[in-house]
Design a protein around this ligand. Structure first.
Ligand SMILES: [Cu+2]
Length: 115
């Protein structure tokens, strides 16, 4: 049982030739650090992009409630964990995103555009 799950994980790692594999590797490296392993489990939150500040890697989002932060819906500024998350965004885009609190800062971990 243990052996088969190890094999399953290994084959997932080996068969990840899509661009996201860089992120997957990154995640694997960070997995050893405490408290940084749960980004895949963060709830997706609905929001709308209001403002994009690429030089400062910040994003203003009008968001619905964020359960993992006990936050009601509001408009606020978030940091962004990877600058490339901002690449295809424009104000007015509807998104689903994940966020977590890192060293007291709200950091967007992932963004999906909703069409
Ligand atoms: Cu908020």
């Amino acid at each position: 049982m243990k052996t088969s799950s190890v094999i399953a994980v290994l084959s997932l790692l080996v068969t990840a030739p899509y661009p996201g594999s860089v992120l997957a590797q990154d995640g694997a490296q960070r997995r050893s650090a405490p408290g940084t392993h749960a980004s895949e489990e963060l709830p997706l939150v609905n929001g709308e992009v209001r403002r994009i500040d690429r030089p400062n890697r910040k994003l203003t989002i009008r968001h619905e409630a964020i359960p993992n932060l006990n936050m009601e819906g509001m408009t606020m500024v978030f940091g962004v964990v990877e600058p490339k998350l901002l690449d295809d965004l424009e104000p007015g885009d509807r998104i689903r995103f994940t966020v977590r609190c890192e060293e007291g800062r709200m950091m967007v971990m992932r963004i999906e555009r909703v069409r």
